[in-house]
Write a protein that binds this ligand. Sequence first.
Ligand SMILES: CC/C=C\C/C=C\C/C=C\C/C=C\C/C=C\C/C=C\CC/C=C/C(=O)SCCNC(=O)CCNC(=O)[C@H](O)C(C)(C)COP(=O)(O)OP(=O)(O)OC[C@H]1O[C@@H](n2cnc3c(N)ncnc32)[C@H](O)[C@@H]1OP(=O)(O)O
Ligand code: FAD
Length: 672
Amino acid sequence: MKANRPKRDVHPDLARERLKCNFNIEEVTNIIDGGKDKTLERKKIEDIALNNGACLDEIPDECLSIKERYENAIRKSCIYSNIVRNEMLEITGMENFESPVLRRTADAFFKDISPFMLHLGMFVPTLIGQSTPEQMAEWLPKALDMKIIGAYAQTELGHGTFIRGLETTATYDPDKEEFVLHSPTITSYKWWAGGLGKTANHCVVMAQLYTQGECHGTHLFIVQIRDLDTHMPLPGIKVGEIGPRMGFSSADNGFLGFNSFRIPRQNMLMKHAKVEKDGCYVKSAKHGKLTYGTMVFIRVTLVSEMSFNLSKAATIAIRYSAVRRQTELRPNEPEPQILDYPTQQHKLFICIATAHAFQLTSKWLWDTFQAVMADVRKGNVDALPELHALSSCLKAVSTSDALSHIEQCRFACGGHGYMLSSNLPFIYSFVAATRTYEGDYTVLLLQTARFLVKAWEQAESGNNVTPTVAYLNRTANTKRVVWDNTHEGIIQSFQAIAAGKIGQCVRSIRDRIKSGMDYEDAWLMTTVQLVAAAEAHCRAVLVNTYWNEMIRLTKSSSANVKTVMHQLAVLYLMYWALEKTGDLLKYSSVSKQDLDDLQRRYEELLAALRPNAVSLVDAFDLRDEILHSSLGSYDGCVYERLMEEAQKSPLNAEPVNPSFHKYIKPLMQGKL
Ligand SMILES: CC/C=C\C/C=C\C/C=C\C/C=C\C/C=C\C/C=C\CC/C=C/C(=O)SCCNC(=O)CCNC(=O)[C@H](O)C(C)(C)COP(=O)(O)OP(=O)(O)OC[C@H]1O[C@@H](n2cnc3c(N)ncnc32)[C@H](O)[C@@H]1OP(=O)(O)O
Ligand SMILES: Cc1cc2nc3c(=O)[nH]c(=O)nc-3n(C[C@H](O)[C@H](O)[C@H](O)COP(=O)(O)OP(=O)(O)OC[C@H]3O[C@@H](n4cnc5c(N)ncnc54)[C@H](O)[C@@H]3O)c2cc1C
């Protein structure tokens, strides 16, 4: 049911903030969206979804039981997927089913997550990326039309990171032309898959393929797990929900076990390898890791997902900080807006800048991904290692940075930020999971480090390396870069830090090998440094890409938009330079005086951005229905909304709770 939202006047403090704005908000929105036409398309889609849909719940999700929350999420998912299927895809085009606009609009329906998210987010992309044309023709229309609902079941109780260690088996039986899926141990049970517990009737399963007595490693299979009519689990399938967790509380993450469960041979996803009718295994892929393609795709999309989540948190915290007043600065003066405190600006303006950095970088990464995939389709896999290294580190660093900045947004809202009605705890717990899923932070940075060590060795011996590590050709044999406090200078310093750290890792590994260790142990002993080196490389990529994209995208912007976009990018560079002063001292000629100057310029920049702060978050153009926040709504009526939300607590449904008569009164009377 749709709740009515009282219309309120904009809080005078927010109204005053908006009058201070000196740039064209719409222009900035267009840059974030990727162009004026994209903004128009997004707004049209949001109008369709929000005018049709059941966006607001009368009872907040957090006041429902687990079962009620799931059922409500399913109800809304069905409404939303109907709108997606019947109206939105007409606008975006069917091929853009994973468009960030659909993802963003979904937030108006789900404070937490839809149980259908993984159907569109991973099941469908896996069908597209891993099927033969015949398989695609069979499964994809049904999936897009919601005739079948899928999940992505890869992780097991015993293994998530180490995919080669998965235990589920798929053994080919040539007599019946079927695979037999089996879960031989408790640790082989599939675990975690979103939407698998109660919602999905199909799933993609990763299993060790056995044929003709030989194991060929992990492959993907499409498996029907429930009857399409009764929804009962099929015989041989044990499926259920894994229980309450930190977030993802409206979805049904599931477990799944197989007891010699048979599927037709054609259900192996055979784009990159196949099993012939007689059991003969034929590999067609030019790269052994193409079956990991869905993970690379999601890692790429997560960078823009992080920008979106950070923009929500920043909008909430900055609007709140404009209406919240606290502490007299001087006796008898009005209390200032907390946004006037430089410490508050330090917590929050970096969130705006980071949302831009991730958004602009994510578009560039998406284009890179598309170009590499086009090459792969033509049989050229040369750029795959670089894409894997890039998507791994950007996923790791963007999710980790977003998480810590979102936590800063919560700190910035004091006690009220702890309220679920602020939405900050939901955003935080959603993003907390992203640091782990689709590859844990450390694990992915170590993947990038493998690539970097090889690239460093190439550069050291004078060979040209691939574009994202091209800075190694300049810096691999340089000891310290000369400090220069321009944006070019700061970007080069980040590259010098990365090169210096990678070089140090290579030397540590070599020294350890010289002292008698084998390569594996030398690598293992160096992993703390390797993670730091990969993070440094990622920061070098981020500052460089953000800067270049900002310049490119503001070429035809008005003067004041150019200025404010420039200020945000400089803020981003300075913030990270100041965070990494130890590294700068180690790998550049920066002096104490230079760092003091940088700190002063950073503080001046916070003050320069202050008048535009509210308008910069307005430029994210997040409708109240998407923000779901008592603290962050456009009108800034924070206290009225907090009080309104409090009334909805089930504990306020009756003046005296029965537990008083049952326990407290007897306790007071000494009768308990
Ligand atoms: C109604 C609908 C409502 C709403 C929906 C609306 C819209 C939805 C639309 C869109 C949704 C958009 C976004 C989705 C957002 C959120 C998603 C939500 C939830 C997600 C839930 C999470 C799912 C999962 O987590 S799935 C499981 C993921 N698991 C992992 O990531 C595991 C991590 N581990 C690994 O990746 C690997 O094991 C490994 C660590 C990489 C190691 O692999 P392996 O041991 O096999 O390899 P080696 O170490 O031996 O390396 C050998 C060699 O290969 C290179 N390598 C490894 N991987 C790759 C690769 N992928 N590509 C290329 N190369 C690779 C490796 O580097 C080595 O190279 P060298 O030998 O040269 O060094
Ligand atoms: C909310 C949520 C949703 C999910 N949805 C899905 C889904 O839909 N489908 C699916 O298949 N999976 C899903 N997953 C599972 C997810 O992909 C895994 O949890 C993730 O890949 C991490 O693997 P793990 O749990 O095995 O952690 P582990 O690998 O056990 O990690 C534990 C710790 O060990 C460290 N570690 C592990 N290996 C190494 C190493 N080689 N070197 C150094 N340190 C190491 C890690 O850094 C980490 O600190 C989901 C998880 C979550 C939290």
